[in-house]
Design a protein around this ligand. Structure first.
Ligand code: ZN
Length: 247
């Protein structure tokens, strides 16, 4: 039985001489693996609909393990991402993070839409802040989102000036003694962090954050993920190398 699904290509790998195995994040069925016959032939229709980050409709024969991709139609090619090495690196990271955290065959329309909006916006916006917004949603999905509303240690809502990676969120001044390495955050940065976590990608206009704060947030999220994320992500290392290169 075939089903028509809306999906986003998370990753592909070669399968035999001419085929590919494609991991699709679909709106209706969650994450699924499908065989795309002939997808390695460059000018085939299958090749076009199985490029990384493509959003399309996919006619799939569903199976418990690998399904069969019969045909599909590109709704948004995300070509602008694939043509930009930095955007490609960020999108690859989001795709890998999604692939790692989501279980197969478990739909999550909210996360699915966040990924779609994030990729769509990345086609003509800088990728780093959009990435952080999506990451924070994924951390929540993975069950390890940081506490950002109150002191993670005592629950206080006053005197919050620091973020503690080891405690798992914001901490108040009296509790800072539990983590001497807690990062000092100014009020604005705390506000930005909450904003990134709680607002949906499609509801936010372009956000500008000064470089120093961007770097601070990037380091914070990296340190946080390294501690709680549980997997080393290859695509993440690549972004970090590119960042170093930029300096
Ligand atoms: Zn406290």
């Amino acid at each position: 039985m075939f089903e028509k699904l809306e999906g986003i290509v998370l990753k592909t790998r070669d399968y035999g001489e001419t085929h590919k195995i494609v991991t699709l994040f679909t709106k209706q069925r969650g994450k699924i693996g499908v065989v795309a016959r002939g997808a390695k032939k460059p000018r085939s229709r299958m090749a076009a609909i199985t490029q990384p980050f493509v959003y399309g409709t996919y006619l799939v024969q569903i199976s418990k393990n690998l399904g069969n991709l019969q045909q599909g139609e590109v709704l948004h090619s995300m070509r602008q991402i694939r043509e930009d090495i930095m955007k490609t690196a960020y999108a690859a990271y989001l795709a890998e993070l999604t692939d790692r955290i989501l279980e197969s065959h478990e739909p999550d329309p909210f996360i699915w839409e966040q990924l779609l909006h994030t990729l769509e916006r990345m086609t003509d916006e800088e990728p780093d802040i959009l990435t952080m917004m999506y990451e924070l949603k994924m951390f929540e999905k993975g069950g390890f989102a940081p506490e950002l509303n109150r002191c993670v240690s005592c629950g206080a809502t006053e005197n919050i000036r620091h973020f503690s990676i080891s405690e798992g969120g914001l901490i108040c001044l009296p509790c800072k003694k539990y983590d001497p390495d807690a990062l000092l955050m100014d009020e604005k940065l705390i506000k930005i962090l909450r904003y990134l976590r709680y607002l949906n990608v499609e509801r936010v206009g372009q956000i500008s954050i000064k470089t120093e704060n961007r770097k601070k947030l990037r380091n914070l999220l990296d340190g946080y993920y390294d501690r709680y994320g549980g997997y080393q992500l290859k695509s993440k290392r690549f972004i970090q190398q590119m960042d170093t290169f930029e300096l």
